[in-house]
Write a protein of this length. Structure first.
Ligand SMILES: Cc1cc2nc3c(=O)[nH]c(=O)nc-3n(C[C@H](O)[C@H](O)[C@H](O)COP(=O)(O)OP(=O)(O)OC[C@H]3O[C@@H](n4cnc5c(N)ncnc54)[C@H](O)[C@@H]3O)c2cc1C
Length: 297
């Protein structure tokens, strides 16, 4: 069976949008293809008339500081991302996550844009980006707009972007300031290579011995990637403690909607591990605020 008829390699975002709009049948962008090609081959995605390859569009492969933010192109291969000193400085949680995605062969082609647009609630890159308050730069034929990352998800595997009319060009991330750090951790089956049993990202701002501000993202804890805002509220302005305060654990378990998945883990296991993962990730982020301070001195 033919799973696509036409394959175009776009040179610009504008050309990609025109090719998608002009396709007579169903059309879809493709970046590294590590999710989409498997979905097409294994029948989870219906056959397509047209695939428009975004992977060689120069604008979408950039990584630079632009307008006081860190811009990461949606089509930058993950192996290039993990080598970037700029990303290491400003987005350590994203580096933790990107280094764990697949193996070297997958990271040679897989992209952050694909990780987000595939819209799984526990995609590692997505969870890290959510904790960093990233925004998505989205292009349509007539205009471009910046959208908070959390608004890109409609349900498991359902992106809010229209594949015929919209392309995710890249992400804008706030630059790291003094006293800020971030970290990502996941629980994975030992032989696992794709989606985590549980993953969690923390960004925090330290003020002396207190957590002045915090953002937490966790997956899979609902139909879409979850910002754990109640847990954040339970930890914000509190002194940092090496053991997780009971009100933070209570908030995390109350706002997370864990479920049993046949190939990965039970709801009970995820509930048991969520607090452990938060405590561990929090500890790494807190320690990094101290390490970074020492480096900055
Ligand atoms: C062996 C293996 C191991 C893996 N391990 C992990 C892992 O540990 N953690 C993890 O999170 N994931 C993992 N994955 C999943 C996958 O590699 C990632 O989600 C990857 O980042 C997807 O990027 P891609 O460029 O290959 O996406 P593609 O497959 O090219 O695209 C995915 C979807 O996004 C859309 N899309 C892509 N780019 C854009 C864009 N710029 N604008 C609009 N739509 C777009 C496509 O139309 C498609 O619907 C693994 C996959 C494999 C095969």
């Amino acid at each position: 069976m033919t799973i696509w008829k036409n394959y175009f390699l776009a040179e610009t975002v504008q050309e990609a949008l025109e090719l998608l709009a002009q396709s007579e049948g169903d059309a879809c962008p493709i970046a590294g293809g590590t999710d989409l090609l498997l979905d097409l081959q294994q029948g989870r995605h219906p056959p397509l008339d047209t695939l428009v390859d975004l992977s060689q569009i120069p604008e979408m492969r950039q990584l630079e500081i632009r307008g006081g933010k860190l811009f990461i192109g949606a089509a930058l291969p993950l192996n290039r991302l993990v080598e970037s000193p700029l990303a290491q400085q400003h987005a350590p949680t994203l580096m933790d996550a990107a280094r764990l995605i697949g193996g070297p062969q997958v990271r040679n082609t897989a992209t952050l844009g694909g990780n987000v647009c595939h819209a799984l609630p526990a995609a590692d890159g997505t969870i890290a980006l959510l904790s960093l308050n990233a925004t998505a730069l989205v292009a349509r034929l007539e205009q471009r707009c910046e959208i908070p990352l959390g608004e890109l998800f409609r349900g498991p595997g359902k992106s809010a972007l229209d594949p015929r009319r919209e392309i995710l060009v890249g992400f804008n991330l706030p630059l790291r300031e003094a006293g800020q750090a971030s970290a990502f951790r996941r629980v994975m089956r030992p032989q696992g290579v794709a989606i985590a049993i549980l993953n969690l990202a923390v960004w925090l701002q330290r003020a002396a011995t207190r957590i002045a501000d915090i953002r937490i993202a966790i997956g899979p804890a609902g139909p879409t990637p979850l910002r754990a805002v109640q847990t954040e509220a339970a930890l914000r302005s509190q002194p940092y403690q090496p053991t997780l305060p009971p009100q933070a654990l209570e908030a995390l378990l109350s706002e997370s909607r864990f479920r049993t998945s046949p190939h990965r883990a039970t709801e009970a296991y995820r509930r048991a591990m969520a607090g452990v993962l938060l405590q561990e990730t929090l500890e790494v982020a807190w320690q990094r605020t101290l390490d970074v301070e020492n480096q900055d001195d």
